[in-house]
Design a protein around this ligand. Sequence first.
Ligand SMILES: [Zn+2]
Length: 126
Amino acid sequence: MTKISNEKSICVNPSALPTIDQLIDLEITIQNEVESLKDEIDTARLEIEAISPKTSLGLHSRNSVIQMYEMAVAGLRRREERLAALEAALERMDNGEFGECEICHQGITWARLEVQPEALRCSHCA
Ligand SMILES: [Zn+2]
């Protein structure tokens, strides 16, 4: 973690911060992604049940079934983590805390939030 010795040395250009319109668009984008992630998670859970190592081996060797199972579980975990991060971002939008760095409390630039709306820190403190 970068140590901030002098907060005043970091001064975010106000024109780099998101506008209200950009935030409204971003909220819709996040909500859409949350919905599709929930669908993907449901599908992934069904897939994982279907390829559980306990199921009949069929054409696959036991090792490749286990490998498929582990990959599917890892994919599910990634989606669940992303879903939690995006839901937390929506919550911060409701609380008016969205886009504020948790370390230096300065605004996070739009360039960063646009690609990473779940970001909790500005690029200086990341
Ligand atoms: Zn910061």
